[in-house]
Design a protein around this ligand. Structure first.
Ligand code: F0G
Length: 404
């Protein structure tokens, strides 16, 4: 197999694959999995059979003999969205619906790799903080692998479907008095002190799974990168992972470009947008993030440094959208394209609309939006924004009068 090391993006310190390490012990920087790309077999990527995350195992940090913990994640559809494109006024729009992963979000891609690594390391249990989807996914993979699973959720701030999943699949669920950033701070200490394996996106193995979104997009487009990729940004792992995926394809000569990575945050939780616009290398954390898009209600994104590099080096942009814009986009995507997504996911569409109106996106660009989570994750929001069902007698004439 190809060899790899775990490298600090800030000071270059290196760690072995047997190390349980999440951030650099020398400088606190974020870590990246580094391969020797001269050893990678390009044919094994472009001619790979099968489907989903493990199809691309040539670019995953495991021996060929490793048996993955998998629930058949990945291989999500890339829809061509002409009706929505027309409404927005662009020519070439695609939506990759990550909500159609087995747990209903893209997190499964990271968890199949992260939990397979946990097995390799023989850890005694796994844990995460979460705005919901991470916990749902981790609970499923932990169940599959037979690990005890501990999840910390910000009290009263997690959509119903996600809590239900974590509970059903047997995680110990804690409702933490505080927000997501508090939960992440606490779980990081807990994992160090109790030797639990941390599976938030600060864990670089998670991002190795998530980068396969880039591989699938490029492959579906005939091994070509789209001009632009737009996605919601919370803890900023996914944008960093997808950028890494496209970078690897380009490094290997499989594609010849990298999409402009375009990150969208909610107006009430936009530290990365602020840093981007103010041309700063570091974010200023927001104490009280607020948005109806609970998945991305995050004030201190742990992967901000990677995300800012991804956006800047790819020539992308970061923009924010209001809750109202998110809701409008959620309804439009559902009603024009039949794609049902949770609010955070609709931020990508809302961001596209806003950037087109601002003139920051050309109308003829090939654009791929990532919708990260399924509609049914957050049924309570649906009830808030849609007209409720009308009660009616079992009588055709009465019913007919009520038809619009
Ligand atoms: N969309 C959805 C549906 C999410 O659940 C998340 C993150 C994001 C977008 C943002 O992705 O953090 O990689 O920038 N959810 C995490 C969680 C934080 O705990 O489920 P990111």
């Amino acid at each position: 197999m190809k060899e790899y090391e775990v490298e600090c993006i800030r000071c270059g310190a290196r760690y072995s694959k047997a190390d349980v390490v999440y951030t650099c012990r020398k400088c606190g920087g974020l870590l990246d999995i580094k391969y020797d790309y001269s050893e990678v077999d390009v044919e094994r990527i472009v001619k790979a059979q099968g489907e989903g995350v493990w199809k691309y195992r040539e670019l995953l940090p495991f021996d060929d003999g490793t048996k993955p913990i998998t629930i058949h994640e990945g291989n999500t559809p890339l829809y061509r969205c002409d009706r929505l494109a027309k409404a927005i006024g662009v020519a070439d729009l695609w939506v990759k619906h990550e909500g159609l992963n087995p747990s209903g979000s893209f997190k499964d891609r990271g968890m199949t790799v992260g939990v397979t690594k946990a097995v390799e390391l023989s850890v005694k249990g796994v844990a995460c903080a979460s705005t919901g989807n991470t916990s749902a996914s981790l609970a499923i993979f932990a169940a599959k692998a037979g690990f005890p699973c501990y999840v910390l959720l910000p009290k009263g701030k997690v959509a119903l479907g996600k809590v239900a999943q974590a509970m059903m699949h047997g995680a110990q669920v804690f409702s933490l008095r505080g927000n997501f950033d508090d939960a992440l701070r606490v779980v990081r200490v807990l994992c160090e002190e109790e030797s639990l394996y941390l599976l938030n996106s600060v864990n670089p193995y998670r991002l190795e799974g998530q980068k396969t979104i880039a591989f699938e997009v490029a492959e579906k487009l005939g091994w070509e990168a789209p001009y632009r990729l737009i996605l919601p940004v919370g803890n900023a792992g996914n944008i960093s992972a997808i950028f890494k995926g496209f970078l690897e394809l380009k490094t290997l000569g499989i594609t010849d470009a990298i999409p402009r990575m375009t990150g969208i945050q909610a107006a009430g939780a936009k530290p990365i947008v602020n840093a981007f616009k103010e041309d700063k290398a570091e974010i200023t954390p927001e104490e009280k993030p607020e948005t109806i898009a609970s998945a991305i209600r995050i004030g201190n994104p742990v992967n901000a440094a990677k995300a800012l590099v991804a956006i800047r080096e790819s020539g992308g942009v970061a923009e924010s959208v209001t809750d109202e814009e998110i809701t409008k986009a959620q309804l439009e995507l559902a009603r024009l394209e039949g794609v049902g997504v949770e609010p955070a996911s609709a931020a990508s569409i809302a961001g596209l609309k806003k950037l087109v109106e601002m003139g920051a996106i050309e109308r003829d660009e090939r654009i791929v939006c990532i919708t990260t989570g399924h509609l049914l994750k957050d049924p309570e929001r649906v009830i808030e924004i849609c007209e409720p069902p009308k009660e009616v007698e079992a009588d055709v004439n009465m019913l007919r009068k009520m038809l619009k």
